[in-house]
Design a protein around this ligand. Sequence first.
Ligand code: ADP
Ligand code: ADP
Length: 226
Amino acid sequence: MAKLSIKNLDKHYEDGFHAVKNFTLDIDDKEFIVFVGPSGCGKSTTLRMIAGLEDISKGDISIDDTIVNYVPPKERNIAMVFQNYALYPHMTVYDNMAFGLKLRKVPKEIIKEKVIQAAEILGLSELLKRKPKELSGGQRQRVALGRAMVRDPKVFLLDEPLSNLDAKLRVQMRREILKLHQRLGATFIYVTHDQTEAMTMATRIVIMKDGKIQQVGTPKEVYENP
Ligand code: ADP
Ligand code: ADP
């Protein structure tokens, strides 16, 4: 549950490349925002700035009316899920999901409760002792979602989470992610280059081009007014 306000956000990379230009967007509590646009248009950079994984060059990011520009990623109440899952290969599913909470010194019993609950929701209960290499692509992506879930984030950022999956699984996972959004009541920002994904999942679509917002609207508005 969080409102996000992004004001006049700019990103100049060290080499001078201007990747994000004057990006301004207000996101309501519990929205499912989808960023779409061609490769290289600045979707990922914007997401990483929201997560605090990338310095911002100019502008402000606020969560529930507090500016978080200088708040470290761990304290932002934001979780990010990546396209390549970024799981620890030597750890079990259980430990992959528990790791972030262990780092934060959350008591073991609470970690266990959260991991087991997330595993149930994601259909991973039977797989907790496996290593990532013993899982399918869809199962790995569920573990990545689980690892984000156990932290009870207010904001979920997902960077092309389904692009490594085959078409059939992608459709199934879309539904699962939407269910998760309903169930968690968190604000989701989802990056994709897949128009269908954007149209079927978003409460609002943000179309980006060359680092700028080109259009913002509900799927219906974007479809009727391309
Ligand atoms: P998208 O997610 O839309 O594909 P990105 O945000 O990843 O786009 O990248 C936007 C632009 O910024 C691209 O042209 C990319 O090459 C450039 N870029 C990304 N990371 C860096 C970096 N560390 N240094 C310089 N340029 C970068
Ligand atoms: P650790 O000793 O690593 O701090 P625990 O004593 O909680 O963690 O658990 C020992 C190992 O057993 C963990 O590393 C984890 O892989 C596994 N484990 C713990 N609880 C469960 C569970 N409910 N289901 C499956 N595996 C579990």
